[in-house]
Design a protein around this ligand. Structure first.
Ligand code: DGL
Length: 260
């Protein structure tokens, strides 16, 4: 019985396909696990929604994943992670957010404790990153850039929009930047071109994968079965549109539609 529990999938979700950057790191750290990823494309973007609207999306996704018998949930979205405390009250299965592990990792990595945070409007407005970092004596440089969510390719337009938005960080002391939105590491090329290579760029995936590993181990939930792992990707939106949006992610080619 306990063994079957360990073989259950890990539910992972994001408002869209940016969370695949997190899924990718989870798979690298925990290759034996089964995964069920949901891109909530029908409700994307979250970053410009009200707190109540985002919370409703997050609660619906968590209930859906609980019904699918997942053994743990990873909220692979910063904006949705703002509501982790609310959804933890709905279930006894572990729920891992991206904000706490990413903040802790950035604090460790930064030498001068000056950290830039790039997030959606909702993430920057709610200020969870700023609060955690300030509690650890970090100078924060938050920038709301919800419009980056629409640019997932290295086009001229992407370079232009990144330059306009992040110019304000150019002459600061920051030695570390948190990609406080899963979609932003997809824009790494224009961001690095503007701000240079001498900054630590922290995406949420790696720190979150370490946290997931620790939590599964602690709860005796690591999958020890030798059966080939299954990774299912679902979208609440249009399948073809989702496939196009995730064309940069070469490891998955099948996407199915679900209604929550
Ligand atoms: N993926 C979300 C995040 O990490 C943001 C995208 C959106 O606005 O839906 O914050």
């Amino acid at each position: 019985m306990r063994c079957k529990m360990r073989e259950r999938p890990i539910g992972v979700f994001d408002s869209g396909v940016g969370g695949l950057t997190v899924l990718d790191e989870l798979i690298k750290k925990l290759p034996n696990e089964n995964y069920l990823y949901i891109a909530d494309e029908a409700n994307c973007p979250y970053g410009t929604k009200t707190n109540d609207e985002i919370e409703t999306c997050v609660v619906n996704l968590v209930y859906y994943l609980i019904k699918q018998n997942v053994k743990a949930i990873v909220i692979a979205c910063n904006t949705a992670s703002l509501f982790v405390d609310k959804v933890r009250k709905l279930t006894t299965i572990p729920i891992i957010d991206v904000i706490e592990p990413t903040s802790s990792y950035a604090i460790k990595v930064s030498k001068n404790k000056c950290i830039g945070i790039l997030g959606t409007s909702a993430t920057i407005k709610k200020g969870t990153y700023q609060k955690i970092l300030k509690e650890n004596n970090v100078n924060t440089y938050p920038v709301a850039c919800s419009e980056f969510v629409d640019y997932n390719i290295n086009s001229d337009k992407a370079f232009e929009i990144v330059n306009n938005k992040l110019e304000c960080l150019k002459n600061t002391d920051i030695d570390t930047i948190i990609y406080g939105c899963t979609h932003f590491s997809i824009l790494e090329k224009p961001i690095k071109k503007l701000l240079g290579q001498n900054i630590n760029y922290i995406a949420c995936g790696y720190p979150t994968s370490i946290k997931l590993y620790e939590i599964l181990k602690e709860n005796n939930l690591l999958n020890t079965s030798t059966t080939l792992p299954v990774i299912n990707v679902y979208t609440t939106g249009n399948v073809e549109k989702t496939k196009k949006a995730m064309s940069w992610y070469k490891k998955i080619d099948e996407v199915k539609h679900i209604n929550l």
